[in-house]
Design a protein around this ligand. Structure first.
Ligand code: RTP
Ligand code: MG
Length: 155
């Protein structure tokens, strides 16, 4: 309620297969929860090639595209939607730089990863990307409608 602008902004956050295999799912959820963001959707899924081609459409034709699809399609991922004020930009900050060697300590990649090709988690890079990715990964009825009673102590 204090100078609240768009507390309903959403971002698509995904724990990649390496994050799942290394047992970092809970840690990532914990960080988004404790920051004050609201979990709106969550599912574990092994993404199909077709889904990943759409998800990473902007990277089609780049040299890392095939290795990227092999990596993300190699096992189950945890797909999530998080909601809150500036969740897209704050979420990206929490993830850290794409190359974990350049990620600050304290960020998810800066604390748990070493190389770009195994960088633990994905976050939407804009409001437009977030909407596109949420539509791609979730049906409307998979997005929960609920009130976080702690919200008045966050905003
Ligand atoms: P993401 O989409 O996964 O959240 O990562 P990002 O925005 O930080 O980075 P982006 O440029 O969108 O790249 C997507 C993912 O592709 C892999 N990648 N490899 N030069 C490379 O070898 C290279 N560049 C990117 C990474 O897994 C990166 O997260
Ligand atoms: Mg990206």
């Amino acid at each position: 309620t204090s100078t609240m602008t768009d507390a309903h902004e959403r971002s698509f956050i995904m724990v990649k297969p390496d994050g799942v295999q290394r047992g970092i799912v809970g840690e990532i959820i914990k960080r988004f929860e404790q920051r004050g963001f609201k979990l709106v959707a969550l599912k574990m899924v092994t993404p199909t090639r077709v889904l990943l081609e759409q998800h990473y459409d902007e990277h089609q034709g780049k040299k890392f595209f095939e290795p990227l699809l092999q990596y993300i399609g190699s096992g189950p991922v945890v797909a999530m939607v998080w909601e809150g004020l500036n969740v897209v930009s704050v979420g990206r900050k929490m993830l850290g730089a794409t190359d974990p060697a350049k990620s600050e300590p304290g960020t998810i990649r800066g604390d748990f990863a070493i190389v770009t090709g195994r960088n633990i988690a994905h976050g939407s890079d804009s409001d437009k990307s977030a909407k596109r990715e949420i539509d791609l990964w979730f049906r409307a009825d998979e997005l929960a409608v609920w009130t976080n009673s702690a919200e008045r102590w966050i905003y």
